[in-house]
Design a protein around this ligand. Structure first.
Ligand SMILES: CC(C)(COP(=O)(O)OP(=O)(O)OC[C@H]1O[C@@H](n2cnc3c(N)ncnc32)[C@H](O)[C@@H]1OP(=O)(O)O)[C@@H](O)C(=O)NCCC(=O)NCCS
Length: 173
């Protein structure tokens, strides 16, 4: 894997699911013997079927895998989130950003598997993505929020229509 960030050391593991606090995160699949670790990666060598399964789990429409592969390859940054348990690793979150590599980046395809939602992991995933964009000196970060997740992004400091600026779209007839 390229860049891995382990969110907590195994010794800090709790046997009870806990809420995430900033970067320190412990997660446990209740009843399992091995504590799971949540880690992030920027490696874009992702099993596309595993990614499709993740997107299916939140009800997103399927997209041709060849185009998904191309989108990933041509993204500026991809941050994935994995649950590691023993030798097993599971893709539980995905996000990516496109960019002009200088000023602007746009975030796409932010998703956390429903079994792992509401534990602060979406926020942690976004923090990783934004931290990496900032480390590349990108200062203008935009995204398109589905109506039901506007507050999720507002919580993270995103502003709808700053200074009256409107997102505008063009679609082929
Ligand atoms: C949106 C999504 C990524 C959030 O992930 P998550 O792991 O559940 O979010 P978190 O647990 O990190 O929540 C962080 C904060 O946002 C809030 N939040 C989470 N989902 C929210 C929502 N849909 N609306 C409003 N607030 C939300 C949480 O209450 C939490 O608030 P707090 O910091 O005050 O406690 C996840 O619900 C998801 O994958 N949804 C389906 C795909 C999707 O809609 N993606 C966005 C496309 S634009």
């Amino acid at each position: 894997m390229g860049f891995w960030k382990s969110l907590f050391s195994p010794t800090e593991a709790s046997s009870v699911p806990t809420q995430a606090v900033s970067d320190d995160y412990a997660i446990n699949t209740t009843g399992s013997e091995q504590t799971a670790r949540i880690v992030f990666s920027t490696d874009r060598n992702i099993d596309l079927y595993e990614l499709e399964e993740l997107c299916d789990s939140v009800g997103w429409s399927r997209r041709p895998l060849r185009k998904v592969k191309k989108a990933i390859q041509h993204s500026f940054l991809v941050v994935t989130m994995w649950e590691l348990q023993g030798a097993r690793k599971r893709l539980i979150g995905f996000s990516r950003a496109t960019s002009d590599h200088a000023f602007n980046a746009t975030i796409w395809d932010v998703v956390v598997h429903p079994s792992y939602q509401s534990r602060g992991l979406g926020k942690a995933l976004m923090h990783q993505l934004i931290k990496k964009l900032r480390s590349e000196d990108i200062s203008n970060v935009t995204l398109f929020a589905d109506p039901q997740v506007v507050n999720f992004y507002k919580n993270l400091g995103f502003m709808p229509d700053p200074e009256g600026i409107k997102g505008m779209f063009w679609y082929p007839e």
